[in-house]
Write a protein that binds this ligand. Sequence first.
Ligand SMILES: Nc1ncnc2c1ncn2[C@@H]1O[C@H](COP(=O)(O)OP(=O)(O)OP(=O)(O)O)[C@@H](O)[C@H]1O
Length: 603
Amino acid sequence: MDSNNNHIINQNWLISQVKKHKAKLIFANIVAIIATFVSVPIPLLMPLMVDEVLLNNPSSGINMMNHILPEALQTPTGYIALAFLLIVLMRSISQLLNILQSRQFTLVSKTITYQIRCRMIDKLGLISIQQYETKGSGGINSHIITDIETIDKFIGTTLSKFIISFLTVFGTAIVLLWLEWRLGLFILLVNPIVIYFSRKLGNNVKHLKQKENHSFERFQNRLIEVLDGIYQLRAANKEKIYLNELKHQADEIRHDADKYAWQSEAAGRLSFLLFLLGFELFRAAAMLMVLFSDLTIGQIFAVFGYLWFMLGPVQELLGVQFSWYSAKAALQRINYLLKMEEEYRPKCQINPFIDNQEIDIEVKNLNFAYNDESQVLNNLNLTLPAGKKVALVGASGGGKSTLIQLLIGVYRAQSGQLLFNGTNVDNIGFEIIREQIAVVLQQPILFNDTLRQNLTLGSQHSDDELWNVLHIAQLDDVISQLSDGLDTQIGRQGVRLSGGQRQRLSIARMLLSNPKFVILDEATSALDTATESRLHKAMNTFLAGRTTLIVAHRLSAVQQADLIYVLEDGHVIQTGTHGELVKQEGLYQTLYGNSASSAATPI
Ligand SMILES: Nc1ncnc2c1ncn2[C@@H]1O[C@H](COP(=O)(O)OP(=O)(O)OP(=O)(O)O)[C@@H](O)[C@H]1O
């Protein structure tokens, strides 16, 4: 579990990422400070215009303007026009600097979220299959897409606005202190009080965001399942029931999202109301000061200007905490995924496959259960001799596919040993073992891509090689008739192919990977007997000298094996060749005894 925690996104990791972008962030902050410096003095032009121009009390401001303006323009209209141009210039510069600053933040946030996404994708390759089965792809999907989006928004938008807003409020308070220290002090005190209360209010709503996320995850998981099974559901006329269930889950999202939306909005508005009350108090105090102190009308305009100036940034600051709650919840969910239990991956200490020799496999006293409820493999003992074809038969649910899962390391036995060429799998490591194995499943996994890509899975092979394996797999005739040949798109999960064609494509893929150990798990179950027989004949040359494990129910697939194991309740009850076993009283005879001459025997 400790090693899993190495992947999580914590403060240290974030700090290390931020350090990588130090230069950009320092630049962004300097830009933010300059932008604030440029925009904060704008309201100061108010006292100048009101006191010195409108009320005709020329002072230092007018003197300064006279340095810039030619004599002919040194009139109230000229001063107003100059102030107007100055303000336009200052506002434009400040906005341009804001754009520059937010650009820096976007660059940083996109890079950091890209890093998080890569970290999650790396993790996907490590998570144990058991965890995948429990979590479902929808949940994982939502972490990689929605949660990262939330974090991206927080870093890129909220955080960059936070800096500008904070600097603006701070700068405004400084100018107010300078204009009238009592008013400045007042603002400096009001803001922390408002932020304190708004945090209290925010605390009451943060769990609602998590609830909304959970509903969303449940919905997404179910949606993916329903879409994957839509064909079956439609055929069984159960589509409506499942779609209604989805609607019900969508309604849960509505309920939870609505609760969070209005309560966070209300909390935000209440905080802002608190600020507005402070604001009104401040305004009243400022007017009293005009009456009872030397604050001028112009200065009070400046003070009001600053209050107005502050409203937006204060609202941004108050909103930051809600984005923070969302980002924190998203981070927690991302870390949940990053902490998921990983597949057991022992390091390679011995490589028993280096001499290109055939592979023999020994299974010794193997015990395995998926959960506490039932034992699937019970002290299983068997041998797959090098270069031989071994069939595994038995009633459904006997543990045949489970043994395959253990052989390829998808699950791990609770006790017992698995030996490849006499070496325990724990000393070899499954990465090395999987290089030697190819598994063909009853329902092959195909991608919505070309035939070529589905065959090669990204490795480089010439067309001749591809056509050769397609020929062995009895698929070359079918594919040569397609107008796009190897570049034909096969659709989602290979829907444009028949069940038998999908199985043959999967066999061709196995042939191409040139494995030393072949596992065929009901790999030809969808083929007609004539094609199946041709395929077995064609594959015989390829399989010679390769250890082959055949899991099948059909006699045609079983009887060609050099050795057959009959499995019941997770252990071997009979061993022998077809000829020997049909003569023995027992499960094999019950299953295949009367159909020795028939080509296919469904169980
Ligand atoms: N992922 C899983 N989680 C929990 N239980 C499982 C899982 N996969 C299989 N099982 C259980 O393990 C037992 C053995 O299943 P397994 O698929 O190995 O049988 P099998 O012999 O291959 O059956 P079949 O001939 O029908 O393919 C069954 O009782 C099944 O319910």
